[in-house]
Design a protein around this ligand. Sequence first.
Ligand SMILES: [Zn+2]
Length: 277
Amino acid sequence: MAQLHSLRDSFAIGRVFGIQIRVHLLFPLILAFVLMQGLSQPGASMGDAFYLIVAVFMLFGVVFLHELGHSLVAQAFGIQVLDITFWPLGGMARMAELPEKPRVEGLVAIAGPAVNGVLFTAGLGLHLILGLPLELNTLPGYFVYINLAMGAFNLIPAFPMDGGRILRAWLARSKPNRRDWVQATAIAVNVGRFFAFLMILAGTYSCVLALIGVWVWWMGARELWAVRMKHKAQRFYDEANYPGSEMGGSTPGFTPEDLQKLESFRGQLKGFGRDKD
Ligand SMILES: [Zn+2]
């Protein structure tokens, strides 16, 4: 997932493979809410509370491994991973630059769901070998279920979710069917909007799903804008390394607002123009 937080909203808890691990300030609140809800059920015991805590930590352990999958593949391609943040809707690996290479983007995107696939297979295999019945209300059963659900959900082609990134990579794949990166992004974003719309419709059933739908819609639009701007800005990068930098913000074709928005994407624009197939 892409970024939707600033560093001020989260705190660092450690470092793995050189990647800072952060927790969003809302995260402990959600945790407390889940516990309070669980414990307010009639007949709830300390055992239930323990189960809930372990289940929540297991869920976020799996989220962490999913994000680590993205991060390690990105690092293997020389992409700097800034941090992994836990926030209420899941995890997020933030990268210094988004490569415009279909193969790299596709492999980085698929690595997360692939981790879930491996964990799901291992969990299910252990159940079969040990002859355990697969029950959702046991921790081993829950482990199998969350890996299936997380892997499958992230493969929905709702750009900028993993499935949407895989779709864009496929649309922009090698010749002869190669599409321009901007065009591939625009198609992926439109497909994403369709799924975002469905998720928002499903909001009557699941509030979290509606929130993710809004996130998909908003972040898709934001990234499409960034990709368009990036390509529009290319010749200015070639000439002046940054649009407006040499011209006091009066770059033709860019409003001062555009330049300000571009500034906020500057980290992701690093290395632009040297990152071609
Ligand atoms: Zn992912």
